[in-house]
Design a protein around this ligand. Structure first.
Ligand code: AMP
Length: 224
């Protein structure tokens, strides 16, 4: 059971920290709405059009997509009725401009972030996870060749779709994404810490253990 009123949460950490995996657990356990900007942007690429083509270039290079494009989609998504009881933002904000926009749009609605969950994760873990990640082409479920394999190699357990490697999960792009994270996103750790919003967890833990840690933390802090 969630506390009364909207429960808005940010999942912060480098790519490969396990934010998406934990978001799926949290969505299931607490009914929180998972908003992943990466997923939204990948959908925009699939949909095509001028925006899709522009977004594709940035994503394949591991660069940040321009703020105006990302922010517009996030704000629109958060304005939908199913977001009124709270959202779990995965991959947003990714720089201080986005963090400022998020604060403003929440406060316009009389809302405030309940907490920011920071996944502190060693770089070697992140590289190992991203380079072994496989994704279902059809339903988007994530796997890992050794940490979280599908029952049948190359086939999604859920929908039978084909498992593929994301174009940005190659070693050169992974390294660039980590640099982009250090240059743009890592500053948000101190930004939210100063606001008293930061809760740190160990992103290096296996997924099940990490969920138990998060669940215990939420209960201890009276968030759920
Ligand atoms: P992710 O799935 O979170 O690893 O995101 C994949 C890619 O989508 C990133 O490398 C960026 O190119 C883009 N992206 C996702 N979220 C954002 C954001 N908040 N701002 C800018 N670009 C983003």
């Amino acid at each position: 059971m969630m506390k009364k009123g909207p429960f808005d949460l940010v999942l912060l950490g480098p790519p490969g920290a396990g934010k998406g995996t934990q978001a799926a657990y949290l969505a299931k356990a607490y009914g929180l709405l998972h908003i992943s900007t990466g997923d939204m942007l990948r959908q925009a690429v699939k949909d095509g059009g001028v925006t899709g083509l522009e977004v594709k270039r940035y994503m394949e290079a591991g660069e940040l997509v321009p703020d105006d494009i990302v922010t517009k989609s996030v704000v629109e998504r958060m304005g939908k009725p199913d977001a009124s009881s709270g959202v779990m933002l995965d991959g947003y904000p990714r720089n201080s401009a986005q963090a400022g926009t998020l604060d403003e749009s929440l406060s316009e609605e009389g809302r405030e972030l309940a907490t920011v969950l920071y996944f502190n994760t060693p770089e070697e873990v992140v590289i190992q996870r991203l380079s072994g990640r496989r994704v279902c082409k059809q339903c988007g479920k994530n796997y890992h060749v050794t940490n979280m394999p599908s029952a049948k190699e190359g086939v999604c357990d859920i929908c039978g779709g084909e498992l593929i490697q994301r174009k940005d999960d190659n070693i050169d792009t992974i390294k660039n994404r980590l640099n982009v994270y250090k240059d743009n996103t890592a500053d948000l750790i101190s930004y939210y810490r100063k606001k008293g919003k930061l809760m740190e967890v160990d992103g290096g833990l296996p997924a099940g253990e990490l969920f138990e840690q998060i669940d215990a933390l939420f209960k201890r802090e009276g968030l759920i």
